[in-house]
Design a protein around this ligand. Structure first.
Ligand code: AMP
Ligand code: TRP
Length: 343
């Protein structure tokens, strides 16, 4: 869709969310958490544990709250500062559900039918998928726009959802004759860590739900486990090439080079400049050392944070209050724009 005639002129704000559906891994760290930590120095940031998204597929009520605390702990252990960034749980702020409903009436069936994540998650039997799973990206748009967030750090897999958020914002502004009311949020995806692949299959993304634990590095893994998983990562017998062109068709190798580049804050080409001609017998131990350096301090910090659930709950309660204070006046304006009684 084209740019709106009157652009949004409000302040910049960052929003992102992570589902409480299991332990976080290196992909989550490089695609999301590492960027969150950098952004809190330069932007107003809001980070959300998205439990309303989690229930689009069945969740056990006995573990949902526990998993929510665990993701919050990972935010803190990775270096988010709850005094600066707002850290909270989605279900604690009603604006998300309310705006999602309103956006359900702006979004179009055809837009949602194109979403590849729905097709992947619903599988063959899409008649049995929940309506919530279908409307998942609409709730995501509501998360972002309830705060008029302008920038959204995410991994590559969220690109299509972010495009939909822009379409919804634009459609709302146009349908209700409110030009520039909602910003068109911009994804922050770039960089070598945006798409970390499985260590066992370089064509599949690293995922919490992969049955093989060897496919991913968890933030909780100790140094030995990390080294063993990298040693076992599927690659090929060729030495590393001189340029990134030489990584084409070598998914396993390309993935490890990308992970190295993301952790060293450099580019794939710079990594190849250093390791061209060397085999994995040399490269894997060097990579393992980098991953251990980045991940094991977070694992240790996680243990410390998890030992104090009262602190986690305090962070979340305080975060919810601050989140409401931002979203409530925006929702008052939304109700007024739509013309709801009493607004
Ligand atoms: P999720 O665990 O699906 O809620 O994802 C949380 C964040 O991590 C999102 O920004 C995802 O895009 C990002 N993410 C998940 N898996 C990966 C991956 N394999 N590589 C890079 N980013 C990822
Ligand atoms: N859909 C995202 C994921 O699975 C999580 C998410 C929910 C999100 N709401 C968001 C990400 C808002 C960014 C902004 O990873």
């Amino acid at each position: 869709m084209s740019e709106p005639s009157i652009p949004y002129t409000g302040p910049e704000r960052v929003f992102s969310g992570v589902q409480p559906t299991g332990a976080l891994h290196l992909g989550n760290y490089l695609g999301a958490l590492k960027k969150f930590v950098t952004l809190q120095d330069t932007h107003d940031c809001i980070f959300c544990v998205v439990d309303l998204h989690a229930i689009t597929v069945p969740q056990d009520p006995k573990t949902l709250g526990h998993n929510t605390r665990k993701i919050t702990a990972a935010f803190l252990a990775a270096g988010l500062d709850p005094k600066r960034a707002v850290i909270f749980v989605q279900s604690a702020v009603r604006a998300h559900s309310e705006l999602a409903w309103i956006f359900n009436c702006s979004a179009r069936m055809g837009w949602l039918e194109r979403m590849t994540q729905f097709k992947d998650k619903a599988g063959k039997d899409k008649e049995r998928a929940s309506v919530g799973l279908f409307a998942y990206p609409v709730l995501q748009a509501a998360d972002i726009l309830a705060y008029k967030a302008t920038h959204v750090p995410v991994g590559e897999d969220q690109k299509q959802h972010l495009e939909l958020s822009r379409d919804i914002a634009e459609r709302f502004n146009r349908d209700y004759n409110a030009p520039g009311f909602f910003p068109l949020p911009e994804p922050l995806i770039k960089g070598p860590g945006a798409r970390v692949m499985s260590l066992k299959d370089g064509t599949k993304k690293m995922s919490k739900s992969d049955l093989s634990d060897l496919s991913r590095i968890n933030l909780e893994d100790d140094a030995d486990t990390i080294s063993r998983k990298i040693k076992k990562a599927r690659t090929d017998p060729e030495p590393l090439p001189e340029s990134t062109d030489g990584l084409k068709g070598r998914d396993g190798a390309a993935n490890l080079v990308g992970i190295y580049a993301a952790l060293a804050d450099t580019t794939d080409q710079a990594v190849l400049d250093e390791y061209a001609g060397k085999g994995f017998g040399v490269f894997k131990p060097a990579l393992a050392e980098l991953v251990v350096q980045a991940i094991t301090p977070i694992g240790q910090e996680l243990e410390r944070v998890n030992a104090d659930p009262a602190h986690i709950d305090k962070v979340l309660a305080d975060g919810a209050q601050r989140a409401r204070a931002i979203a409530d006046p925006i929702m008052d304006d939304v109700r007024h724009i739509i013309g709801f009684w009493g607004s």
